[in-house]
Design a protein around this ligand. Structure first.
Ligand code: SF4
Ligand code: SF4
Length: 569
C-alpha cells in the first residue's frame, strides 16, 4: 500500500513499512547517523537520526520508525538540531583531542558532524577510556579511546563475517568494545578482513600501516625496493581518481611509484596467471580422479584464515597453490634476481586488501628468515603516499612496467571481483582440455541466479560445476547447503571473505554514503578490454620465464600448506 506523508512542508509518496530514514535518504534529504548500515536491521543506538513528528511528544529515531499515513515530519527543526548537537557533544566528552594526528583526520564521521553542527567547544567532560591500544594484529590497529560504541564493527564481524572477534563487554557507562578476554586481536578469532575498519566512523579501527617501513626501505641505498602492483589495485585507484580505461591506469600507477623512488615496478598479473594455471591443474586432476567434494580457492588470505580457525576439516580441500602475492614475491626474490643479495631486495605488494599484510607475515611464506613479500600497501595507503610525495595522479604520464612480467592475460583483473577467478579457471581448463580452441567458450551465468552463483559446463569428457561466494556468512550458508544436500556436482568453489570480492576489500578507500563496489568492478571489466589474451595459459612470458628460471609449473616453491589455528574463545 502506498500513501503520502509530509516532510519539511513537502508531500512525499511512500510505501507501507518503509522507515523514515530510508524514505528521506531516497529523496536526498540528509539525516546523520553513526550506527546505521545499509542492509543491516536498524538498531537506533546512536540516536543521531532523530526527527520531529507532529503529535509525538518525543523526537523519534527515523531509522526505526515506519511511515504512517498523513504523518507530518520535520528533519531540521531547531529542536532536532539541538538534540543532535547535544548527542555529538556527549560523544566528544571523552574523545581524545588528537584529530591532527589521527589516521581518519579529514575522513571521520564524528569530526564532520561536530563541524556541521557547529560544535565549537567542549561543554561536557567524562572519563576517557584508558584501555591499551592494540597493535598485536598484522592488519588491524585498535584504539579503544576513539570508540564511540556505535556497534558497527561488532555487527559486521558477527553478522557478516561470523567470527565475533569484537564484542561489547560490561553494561551501562562501563560498556566497551573489546576482543576476547581483552587480549590482542592476533590471538582472537579475527580473520584480518578489515571490514570493521571500513565501517568504523572514527579512527578507533584503522589498518596497520606499512608506509613508514616502505619509505625507510626506499631511502636505504643498500636496498633494491621492488613494487608489485595487482591489477585490481590499479582498477581501484583509477575508480577513485576518475581515470578512464584509455588513460592506462596501470601505467600511471607504475610511473607514480617510480617517482616515489621504487627501483622497479612489476605487474603482478603474471603471478595471477601462474596461480590460475596451477589451480586449474589441481582441479582437473581431482575431477578426472573423481575425488569427492569441491576444491576451494585459496587466494583470499582472510578466507584461508577462517578455514584454519573455524572449519579445519576443509583444509585438505583448500588449494595448496600460493596466492598471487606470494608467488610474485617468490619469483622476484628467488628466481629473477639471483645476482642480487636476497636480503637486500625489498618487495612491496600493492593490494586492495589488509589481510595480505597478515599473509606476507605467515611463517609458511618465509624461507630461511627471508619473507617473499616484505610489505603491503593498500589503496588507502597509496592515496596517502601520493599526497605526501606531492604527486597528482591526473598529471602523471604512464610508464611501462618492468619486463618480463608485463605480458599477461586478464585473469588478474578478473580475480578482483567475485566470480572472476572461477571463470578464469574454467577458461584455463578448457584450454588444457581442448588445446588452443578457446574461441566461442562461454562461461554463462544463469539469469536470476538468486543468492547461489553456480555455472555447470562440459569441458572435454567431464562436466564441471563452478560456484563462487563472497562474505563469510554467505559462504557458510553455501557450505551447509552443499553438505545437507550431499551435492557432488560442484567441483570448485571460489571463496572471497569480503562481500563482492576484492572490490569490497578492507584496504579500499573508505567512502562514506556511497557504494563504490560496482564502479570498481566496472573499471576492472573495462580494463580487461585492453588485454587481448583472456586465458592464463596463453601467457607466453610465463611459459618462457618460469622454465628459464629452472622452475617447472609443479615446482614445490609454488605451493604452500595450511594448518589448524587455535583461537581464544
Ligand atoms: S578484521 Fe574482520 S574478523 Fe577481524 S575484527 Fe575486523 S571484521 Fe572482525
Ligand atoms: S570501534 Fe569504531 S565501529 Fe566499533 S563500536 Fe567503536 S566507533 Fe563503532
Amino acid at each position: 500500500m502506498s500513501f503520502t506523508i509530509n516532510v519539511n512542508n513537502a508531500p512525499i509518496d511512500v510505501q507501507e513499512g518503509e522507515t523514515l530514514l530510508t524514505i528521506m535518504r531516497g529523496k536526498g534529504i540528509k539525516i546523520p547517523t553513526l550506527c546505521h548500515m545499509k542492509d543491516f536491521a536498524p538498531s537506533g543506538a546512536c540516536r543521531l537520526c532523530v526527527v520531529e513528528v507532529e503529535g509525538k511528544r518525543d523526537l523519534v529515531t527515523s531509522c526505526t520508525y515506519p511511515a504512517e499515513p498523513g504523518m507530518v515530519v520535520k528533519t531540521n527543526s531547531s529542536r532536532v538540531i539541538k538534540a543532535r548537537k547535544a548527542i555529538v557533544e556527549m560523544l566528544l566528552a571523552n574523545h581524545p583531542d588528537d584529530c591532527l594526528y589521527c589516521e581518519r583526520n579529514g575522513n571521520c564521521e564524528l569530526q564532520w558532524l561536530a563541524e556541521e553542527l557547529h560544535v565549537k567547544e567542549r561543554r561536557f567532560y567524562s572519563k576517557k577510556n584508558s584501555d591499551q591500544r592494540d597493535h598485536s594484529s598484522s592488519s588491524v590497529y585498535r584504539d579503544p579511546a576513539k570508540c564511540i560504541l556505535c556497534n558497527r564493527c561488532v555487527r559486521v564481524c558477527e553478522e557478516i563475517q561470523l567470527v565475533t572477534a569484537l564484542e561489547f563487554i560490561s553494561k551501562g557507562n562501563k560498556t566497551k568494545v573489546n576482543s576476547a578476554f581483552n587480549k590482542g586481536l592476533n590471538i582472537s578469532s579475527c580473520i584480518d578482513c578489515g571490514q570493521c575498519i571500513m565501517v568504523c566512523p572514527t579512527g578507533a579501527l584503522v589498518d596497520i600501516s606499512h608506509i613508514e617501513k616502505v619509505q625507510s626501505a626506499i631511502n636505504n641505498s643498500k636496498k633494491t625496493t621492488i613494487a608489485m602492483i595487482s591489477a585490481g589495485f590499479a582498477a581501484s585507484v583509477a575508480e577513485y581518481y576518475g581515470l578512464k580505461q584509455t588513460d592506462n591506469p596501470i601505467g600511471i600507477v607504475t610511473a607514480a611509484l617510480k617517482k616515489m623512488g621504487f627501483s622497479k615496478v612489476y605487474d603482478m598479473s603474471l603471478a595471477n596467471d601462474l596461480n590460475v594455471i596451477l589451480e586449474a591443474r589441481l582441479l582437473k586432476e581431482r575431477v578426472e580422479k573423481n575425488i569427492h567434494g569441491p576444491l576451494f580457492s585459496s587466494c583470499c588470505p582472510s578466507w584461508v584464515e577462517y578455514a584454519e580457525k573455524f572449519i579445519p576439516d576443509t583444509l585438505p580441500d583448500l588449494s595448496s597453490v600460493k596466492s598471487p602475492q606470494q608467488l610474485m614475491g617468490r619469483l622476484i626474490k628467488y628466481e629473477f634476481n639471483e645476482g642480487a643479495n636476497r636480503e637486500n631486495i625489498y618487495t612491496v605488494s600493492f593490494m586492495p586488501c589488509v589481510a595480505n599484510k597478515f599473509e606476507c607475515s605467515r611463517e609458511e611464506n618465509t624461507s630461511r628468515g627471508i619473507s617473499e613479500t616484505d610489505a603491503v600497501i593498500t589503496v588507502r595507503e597509496f592515496i596517502r603516499m601520493l599526497r605526501s610525495y606531492g604527486l597528482n595522479i591526473n598529471h602523471i604520464d604512464p610508464e611501462k612496467c618492468e619486463p618480463p612480467f608485463d605480458n599477461n592475460s586478464n585473469a588478474g583483473l578478473q580475480m578482483s571481483f567475485s566470480g572472476g577467478k572461477a571463470e578464469a579457471i574454467a577458461q584455463q581448463i578448457n584450454l588444457m582440455s581442448n588445446g588452443q580452441n578457446n574461441k566461442g567458450f562461454k562461461f554463462t551465468v544463469p539469469k536470476n541466479p538468486g543468492s547461489r552463483k553456480e555455472v555447470k559446463i562440459k569441458i572435454g569428457k567431464h562436466e564441471y560445476g563452478f560456484a563462487w561466494v563472497s562474505g563469510i556468512m554467505e559462504f557458510q550458508k553455501y557450505l551447509n547447503h552443499l553438505k545437507e544436500e550431499s551435492r557432488t556436482d560442484i567441483h570448485y568453489v571460489e571463496v572471497m571473505a569480503c562481500s563482492g570480492g576484492c572490490a569490497g576489500g578492507g584496504g579500499q578507500p573508505i567512502v562514506i554514503y556511497a557504494d563504490k563496489q560496482k564502479n570498481r568492478k566496472k573499471m576492472a571489466q573495462d580494463l580487461q578490454k585492453s588485454i587481448s589474451n583472456s586465458v592464463a595459459g596463453l601467457n607466453s612470458d610465463l611459459v618462457k620465464y618460469t622454465l628459464l628460471a629452472g622452475l617447472p609449473e609443479n615446482a614445490p616453491e609454488f605451493y604452500t600448506h595450511y594448518h589448524e589455528r587455535n583461537i581464544l574463545k
